[in-house]
Each structure stands twice: as structure tokens, then as C-alpha cells.
Ligand binder design. Structure first.
Ligand code: ARG
Length: 459
């Protein structure tokens, strides 16, 4: 079949080549952006006197009809079309006749696809950001309920120092806030219009790029026509941001897997977000958390794939760049699905503070506090550290913890210790004393929660 782009070429392309070339199977999802972009283009052409206002009206009405019919299902995307841009133009011309052929004046698919992608990703970012906010809100609610629930904080996955579950959760809220900030940056940078760059060199028509950009909600226009059609930084930037977001979710997911295990039993995941085993009747598997952890690799893969695709491409547009879409769309879909499932998982899980406290009571996580106590009695920290270490060894030998070790045993290692030591190693008090900015004390967690709520507009 003859193509709209059949100029110098005479013979038809092989059907295998048509199928190989076609992108409508995945760029069809940008039909709204493509059509809205074309409507603005028609208006700009009329405003600049390149077509008449009557013609622009016919184009806009025709495009609106296509938009409505695709939305209602009255019109289906043609899987044999080359891409969404060709499909829309072909249907338009079939419906409104020769005036449809004027739509593609002063533009090219190169700037058109760059426009569609920016518009599409702009709304994807908005959706992802709102899902990330919902997750942050769910985590904050759980942190608020558990701001005083003591558990061991870990380093090297070894019990280290007492913190609260609220404090631990707020660490993830800090990550999500940075993710949101990054998404906002990405959105701001991508929100400039490339349309009007045409194939690569701009155009001889007296167009108004700023007017067209304004109609489409852009903050400005791109500065260089060659860059406009060959830039995919905004895609890579979004994939980087999503990769970092997924990395955060994967760490959180991993902790949920650990915490919900029999070894920890810090939380119980709701039946609604776990599965059973087909063979072991006692099993309750944290599949959702594991899948989030697993899907992280998929998003990283998208970033790597597009970086590799873009590497060394000469300016300006190259068809290689059609390969940007499937990765990006998949990464956006994946991030949205993971955020959504995570919010459900967090808001339905049961926290088991008694088990957390029990874990905190073993493992000598207050040993640093004892060393700090000795410092307050005049020992230099390094010496205090050594005494605390020897005291822990004595506890282990005699079957005590620091809270229960008799005073004479303490004093057998260091004479400076008196009965006030029990106050110093009391877990609640250990946490309460972590008053440094951003520390684990309940007051600090409350402050973190207040700041996060303010940042999210929840306050
Ligand atoms: N489907 C193409 C893409 O996604 C649209 C741009 C085609 N441009 C071209 N010169 N063939 O990249």
C-alpha cells in the first residue's frame, strides 16, 4: 500500500519490513497527546496565516471526532498502521478530505514524537508522584502509631542501637520525599516544547512555537532544533529517577520480607497481600514485597537499555530512538503498580511491638549508652568503649544483660559505675536521649512527621 511518505521511493516496502518498522502497537497509547498536539498545531498554523481559520476549524473538529471515537471504542487503532502519527493523519484525511493533508505543514514526525513523549511522560510523572505521596502518607500514619515502639536499629544486619519503628519508617519517608523532588525536577526540565523544530532544522514558515507551546501547557520552547528532535535526556532522567525510587522500594520490600519472617516477627502482613504455598500449608509468603524487589531489576534494565540505545547516536533523529518507548512505558507501569501495591501492603500490615521490644532487649544494643555514661563519669570515650566491651563479655559469661547485671559486677570492671547506670541503659531512656537533630527520640520522630506532612501538604 502507498505510504504518506512515499516520495522518491517507488516500490512498496516488504510486509516484513512494515511489521518490523511499526510502532503503533506501543505508541498507540499516546493517541490523546498526539491528537491534542495536532489540534494546537492547526490553531497555530491558522494564527500565523499559514492555513485559514476555517481550515483549522475543520482540522480541529476532525481531530476531536477521532479523539472521541478512540475514547469510546467506535474507532480502533489499526495494527497495520506505521505509528500513531500516521494513523491519526490517515484517518483524519479519510474523514475530512484534502484539508487533512494540510495538518502536517511546518512539522515533522521527529518533533511530533518528541512532543507526544514529553506530554505523555508529564502526566505519567503526575500519576507516579501522586501514588508516591499516597505511599508516603501510609508510611507516615504507621510511623505515627509506632513512634515509641522500640526495636533494634541494625548495621551490617547486626543489632546496633535502639531506635523506634516510627524512626525507622520515617527513613523511608525521607527517601520518598527525595524521589518526589527528583520527579518534580524531571518534570520541570522536560516541560519545554520541541514542536516546530520540524525534521531537524526548523522551518521556512513563519510559525509561532511559543504560542503552540502555550496552548499545550509547556513552560517554554526548546532552544535548538537539532537537539529538540534528538534529545532523549528527559526519558533517561525519568528512568534514572524511577530506578532510584524502585531501589528504595526494593530495600523497604526486603525489610518487610525479613520483618515478616518467623526469625524476626516484627510485622504480620495482611492475608490480602500474601500468598500460601501449594505444598506447605503453614506458609504465608510475602509475594508482593518480593515482586516489588524483583521488578526493580526490570526498571534498572529499562534505564540500561535506553542508555545503550542512545550511546553514540549521531545527530539528529535516528530510528533507533523509537526503541525508547516500550522501556519507558513498562518502567512507568511497573513503578505505578509497585507504589500502589506497597501502599496497600503498608496500610494493612500488623505491627508487633512486643516482638520488636524483645529483640531490642537482647543483643546489647545499649552498650554505646553505657560507654557514653562512663564518659559522663570522666572516662575518655576510647577507654569507656573498652570497659563497656569487657562488661558485655561479663554479661554473656554470667547470663545477664546490661539492664540486669548486678552493680558489683559492673564495678568489678569499672569502679566509676554506680546505681545510676540502670537509668543509663534503660532502653526507653536510651531512645529518649537521642535528641540530636534527626535522631531516634520520640520528639525527633514527631518533628520529622510534622515536616514530612508539611512537605506533602498533609498538615
Ligand atoms: N514512530 C517514530 C518514533 O517513535 C516516529 C518518528 C518517525 N520519524 C521518522 N523520521 N521516521 O520514533
Amino acid at each position: 500500500m502507498a505510504k504518506l511518505w512515499q516520495g522518491v521511493t517507488a516500490a512498496d516496502t516488504a510486509s516484513a519490513a512494515d511489521a518490523f518498522n511499526s510502532s503503533i502497537g506501543f505508541d498507540g497509547r499516546m493517541y490523546r497527546e498526539d491528537i491534542t498536539g495536532s489540534m494546537a498545531h492547526a490553531q497555530m498554523l491558522a494564527k500565523c496565516g499559514i492555513i485559514t481559520h476555517t481550515e483549522a476549524g475543520q482540522l480541529v473538529d476532525g481531530l476531536q471526532g477521532i479523539l472521541n471515537d478512540l475514547g469510546s471504542g467506535a474507532l480502533q487503532l489499526d495494527p497495520n498502521a506505521e505509528d500513531i502519527h500516521m494513523f491519526v493523519e490517515e484517518v483524519l484525511t479519510a474523514r475530512i478530505g484534502d484539508v487533512g493533508k494540510k495538518l502536517h505543514t511546518a512539522r515533522s514526525r521527529n518533533d511530533q514524537v518528541a512532543l507526544d513523549m514529553r506530554m505523555y511522560l508529564r502526566s505519567e510523572i503526575d500519576e507516579i508522584a501522586s501514588l508516591a505521596k499516597e505511599l508516603a502518607a501510609a508510611v507516615i500514619a504507621c510511623a505515627e502509631e509506632n513512634k515509641a515502639a522500640i526495636l533494634p536499629g541494625y548495621t551490617h544486619l547486626q543489632r546496633a542501637q535502639p531506635v523506634t519503628f516510627g524512626h525507622h519508617l520515617m527513613a523511608y519517608v525521607s527517601m520518598l520525599l527525595r524521589d518526589l523532588d527528583r520527579l518534580g525536577d524531571c518534570r520541570r526540565r522536560l516541560n519545554v516544547s520541541p514542536i516546530g523544530a520540524c525534521a531537524l532544522a526548523g522551518t521556512t514558515y513563519g510559525t509561532d512555537r511559543v504560542f503552540e507551546a502555550g496552548l499545550l501547557g509547556f513552560d517554554g520552547v526548546t532552544a535548538n532544533s537539532m537537539d529538540s528532535v534528538s534529545d532523549r535526556d528527559f526519558c533517561l532522567e525519568l528512568l534514572s529517577d524511577l530506578s532510584i525510587l524502585m531501589m528504595h522500594l526494593s530495600r523497604f520490600a526486603e525489610e518487610l520480607v525479613l520483618w515478616s519472617s518467623w526469625e524476626f516477627r516484627f510485622v504480620r502482613l495482611s492475608d490480602a497481600y500474601t500468598t500460601g504455598s501449594s505444598i506447605m500449608p503453614q506458609k504465608k509468603n510475602p509475594d508482593m514485597a518480593e515482586l516489588v524487589r524483583g521488578k526493580t531489576g526490570r526498571v534498572y534494565g529499562a534505564l540500561m537499555a535506553l542508555l545503550a540505545t542512545m550511546k553514540s547516536l549521531p545527530l539528529a533523529y535516528n530510528k533507533d530512538m523509537q526503541e525508547d518507548k516500550e522501556w519507558l512505558f513498562d518502567a512507568c507501569d511497573t513503578a505505578k503498580a509497585c507504589l500502589n501495591i506497597f501502599t496497600g501492603m503498608i496500610s494493612t500490615m500488623t505491627v508487633l511491638p512486643d516482638n520488636m521490644l524483645h529483640a531490642a532487649q537482647t543483643g546489647f544494643i545499649n552498650a554505646t549508652d553505657y560507654a557514653d555514661y562512663l564518659v559522663s563519669k570522666g572516662l575518655p570515650f576510647r577507654a569507656a568503649y573498652k570497659v563497656a566491651g569487657e562488661t558485655v563479655a561479663l554479661c554473656t559469661e554470667k547470663g545477664f544483660v546490661l539492664e540486669t547485671l548486678p552493680l558489683e559486677d559492673y564495678r568489678s570492671v569499672c569502679e566509676l559505675t554506680d546505681e545510676t547506670v540502670y537509668d543509663a541503659v534503660d532502653l526507653q531512656k536510651c531512645v529518649a536521649r537521642r535528641v540530636s537533630e534527626g535522631g531516634a527520640s520520640v520528639a525527633s520522630v514527631e518533628k520529622q512527621i510534622a515536616l514530612a506532612k508539611e512537605a506533602l501538604g498533609l498538615a
